[in-house]
Design a binder for this molecule. Structure first.
Ligand code: FAD
Length: 411
């Protein structure tokens, strides 16, 4: 695209949400310009789980083979109790692939981001870094954004994919992030470093325990091992501003089983992620500015659907635009279906968190209910892993696996 000419769409934010939506829209023949605040495009963090509702979209985009070559297809997703390490329930991921037609994959987030970055380049998306957007305004024929350096960019359509701390969300909705008082530590290490730790390298394993959980899976063709350690921060509960710090990490996992405790010293300690989300809102579209990805629906990560929802958002928006080539109609259709789906995922993620972190008798009751689940009962995944709905009518009924109300004493 000629840098002087104005684009059809401006996308603010070049994370997985921004790039995947830029690519989806460029595939419709639209001239797309991405404005990213950072000096370079990239992703911080380690692994991402991507379920069939995402790999289905990657397949449609012609990107699934590249993702397969960079990621890992685990054999099972196994949930264990973090204290006694006993198995609670599992998904057989080969059978799950047969059911949904697409694989469950784990991939380094920089690899998935890179796949979309290269796809955008091939599709002619204009990718601009060092562009911080500080203001949004609707105009007679679209919208414009104000950059921190005083420049103004305009287009018939603006997608705000600027993440959890979105400027667009602050200006257009004005709500605050919600703290869960939990914090995540991550690590991706060479597989050799965990070989003697009793890990199941072919599975995704989630250990759930009182006020903490721990996730493990292999990455990059099995050469790397990804770990996520999440716990409730006593400092956060005490109202301290600086919470979730490394000194709290070891204490949080002291009582857990061997495999989990052996994994804790490997966690990166120079960076951690406070677990924040937002209450769901219904107004994502403001004239010709639409929120997308974490800017619209940041979840707690317990359903492993945050990046996936962002990718689905772009797919849905592009499909509606393709059908009508009318932004107002496409935006109305986008909001009509995505708001409710993402609200369900965000609320279920909060409930999952409470269920995973139970202690005492409620923990034991939860374990019994989970152990009773049939491995091949897909009641609780169908509404998430099935094809992404384009209209509210296509959205499947929601299913909650273990309602907290069935666990006495649960919050
Ligand atoms: P972001 O990734 O936050 O990208 C926003 C981009 O906008 C950034 O590049 C930023 O620099 C840029 N930006 C911000 N402000 C401005 C501005 N003013 N002007 C210009 N640019 C700006 N999801 C999954 O699907 N599966 C998982 O397994 C999973 N695991 C997770 C584990 C953890 C511990 C966490 C914390 C999250 C996890 N998620 C997972 C969630 C997922 O990481 C996010 O939902 C997803 O990355 C959101 O993408 P995004 O593009 O919307 O936002």
């Amino acid at each position: 695209m000629n840098p002087e000419s104005s684009p059809d769409v401006l996308v603010v934010g070049g994370g997985i949400g921004g790039l995947s939506s830029a690519y989806a829209l460029a595939r419709q023949g639209l001239r797309v310009r991405v404005l990213e605040r950072a000096k370079e495009f990239g992703e911080v963090g380690a692994g991402l789980q991507i379920a069939p509702n995402c790999t289905r979209i990657l397949a449609e985009y012609g990107l699934l083979d590249e993702a397969r070559s960079l990621g890992v297809l685990p054999e099972n997703m196994v949930m264990r109790d973090a204290l006694d390490s006993r198995e609670l329930t599992r998904l057989d991921l080969r059978d799950l692939e047969r059911r949904y037609g697409y694989p469950y994959m784990v991939i380094h987030r920089s690899d998935l981001h890179g796949i979309f970055l290269r796809a955008c380049e091939r599709a002619g998306v204009e990718l601009l870094t060092d562009r911080t957007v500080i203001g949004y305004e609707n105009t007679a024929d679209g919208a414009r954004v104000l950059l921190a350096d005083g420049r103004v960019e305009s287009a018939p359509m603006v997608v705000a994919a600027d993440g959890l701390n979105s400027v667009a969300r602050r200006l257009l909705v004005g709500d605050d992030v919600v703290s869960s008082d939990y914090v995540a530590y991550r690590a991706a290490v060479p597989i050799e470093q965990v070989r003697d730790n009793g890990v199941a390298a072919k599975d995704v394993t989630v250990y759930i325990g009182p006020r903490c959980h721990f996730v493990q899976y292999a990455l990059r063709g099995g050469d790397m091992f990804n770990q996520v350690a999440v716990f409730e921060s006593p400092k956060a509960l005490a109202g301290q501003a600086d919470w979730g710090t490394p000194d709290e990490l070891d204490a949080a996992f002291e009582a857990t089983c061997d495999t989990v405790r052996k994994g804790i010293p490997l966690m990166w300690r120079d960076r951690w992620w406070q677990m924040l989300d937002r209450d769901p809102v219904e107004n994502w579209v403001h004239g010709r500015v639409a929120l997308l990805g974490d800017a619209a629906h940041p979840p707690l990560q317990y359903m492993a659907q945050g990046a996936i929802m962002a990718i689905e958002d772009g797919w849905v928006l592009a499909r509606h635009y393709a059908g009508q080539r009318d932004w107002d109609a496409a935006l109305a259709a986008y909001e009509a279906v995505r708001v409710e789906h993402c609200r369900r995922v965000q609320s279920t993620a909060r409930e999952w968190g409470k269920l995973w972190h139970l202690d005492g008798t409620p923990r034991l009751q939860r374990n019994e209910i989970m152990r009773a689940r049939d491995t091949y009962d897909y009641g609780f995944t169908d509404w998430v892993y099935g094809p992404t709905a384009l209209t509210p009518d296509e959205e499947p009924a929601m299913f909650t696996p273990v309602p907290l109300s069935t666990v006495s004493g649960a919050p």
